[in-house]
Design a binder for this molecule. Structure first.
Ligand code: GLY
Length: 375
């Protein structure tokens, strides 16, 4: 039950003068205006959202801003990954300038990862940096993309290749908005929750094994899972904001996952990002076992949990044909985690003991992929 202001959990991201709070809890939307006004007195706002999210949540957000006397303009984008483009960037920048917003004014992202990444990039570059607030409406955005300051767009040469680091001033994760997410989307976001347990929180992974049904149902367990995820991410970002080292741990499962996404032509009907991450995390645990770094039992345990919640765990679970192992390796080599030709992977010594491995021999990856693609 929502008891108003006290029901929210606060997670702080300690980045010195760029420190900010993440507020997590049910029914937070009516508080957004007051929380912004308290931190950024006198600010005006531009809400960036997409048509689908606008239909469900924009009226509540606008009312909250009005109640707090925060003047606001609204910028609506078409839903979907195509809004992370130079065209959408240009249109959004133009709309912000047309609304005569100044540097001390605020871009508010209301939506999932696409809206957050684009709106954050706009906030990072217009007038050399405006205030930015994230109101994430998908599980994936609440536990990952809204936290940590990565912003950007896709290019024809790859995803997320153009962008800036620009931290928000505040993240408000209203856990009630997740009640209406399609189950497939919730499951895909949940893969990123599991990721934090696998990186460095074995107790959290064990807690998820026992409590995932309550996380899916909503209520306190959901708030707890999101808060733990945000804490885990905040700690890593505090130590390595610009990904010169350990922030790469947040890419656990993503190297294989991105290759599978690319191999399906980013066709969301076949594979969405979190599903690719789920398969990727199982592959990482199996690959680590093959390299004698971890016990095969860990891979079995990770796969059992992801399968129990209904996520795909093997390449063959992706509908339609996949390319051969050589082609998948070429996608991996194109990935941005390649430094001077050497493959960088996040590997593991067991559940909750992941590490960044540079110089992973591509011959090992290739023979593992050949084995994994066998029907
Ligand atoms: N999603 C990975 C990161 O924020 O670094």
């Amino acid at each position: 039950m929502n008891n108003g202001k006290d029901s929210a959990v606060r997670v702080s991201v300690g980045l010195g003068e760029r420190a900010y709070d993440i507020l997590i809890g049910p029914d937070l939307m009516p508080r957004v205006g007051a929380e912004i006004a308290a931190r950024l007195p006198g600010t005006r706002a531009a809400v960036v959202t997409d048509e689908n999210v606008a239909a469900a949540h924009l009226a509540a957000l606008e009312e909250s801003l009005r109640d707090a006397d925060v003047e606001c303009a609204t910028i609506r984008l078409p839903p979907g990954e195509r809004s992370k483009s130079f065209d959408a960037l240009q249109e959004t920048v133009d709309a912000v300038l047309a609304a005569r917003l100044e540097r001390r004014d605020t871009i508010v992202a209301l939506g999932g990862g696409v809206v957050g990444d684009l709106a954050g990039f706009v906030a990072g570059i217009v007038r050399r940096g405006m205030n930015f607030v994230q109101v994430p409406t998908s599980l994936l955005a609440q536990v990952d993309s809204s936290v940590g300051g990565k912003t950007g767009i896709n290019t024809s040469r790859g995803k997320n290749l153009v962008g800036v680091f620009h931290q928000p001033k505040l993240v408000l994760a209203d856990t009630s908005v997740l009640d209406t997410l399609p189950l497939r989307e919730f499951r895909a976001g949940y893969a990123e929750v599991v990721k934090y347990g696998l990186i460095d929180r074995p107790d959290f992974f064990a807690w998820l094994e026992g409590n995932w049904q309550q996380v899916f149902a909503g209520g306190e367990a959901r708030v707890e899972a999101i808060a733990q995820s945000c804490r885990a991410k905040a700690e890593i970002v505090e130590r390595d904001e610009h990904e010169s080292g350990e922030r790469a741990l947040l890419n656990l499962g993503h190297t294989f996952g991105h290759a599978l996404e690319a191999a399906t032509g980013y066709d969301g009907a076949r594979l969405v990002h979190g599903e690719g991450v789920a398969i990727g995390m199982v592959l990482v645990h199996r690959f680590s076992a093959r390299l004698n770094l971890a016990s095969p039992d860990d891979a079995i345990r990770v796969e059992a949990h992801l399968r129990e919640i209904g996520l795909p765990t093997r390449p063959e679970h992706i509908p339609g044909d996949l390319p051969d192992a050589e082609t998948l390796l070429a996608y991996i080599a194109q990935d941005k985690k390649v430094m001077r030709g050497a493959l960088t992977f996040i590997l593991t010594r067991g559940i909750g003991h992941s590490f960044v491995a540079r110089d992973v021999p591509s011959s090992e990856v290739l023979s593992f992929l050949k084995e994994s693609l066998r029907p």
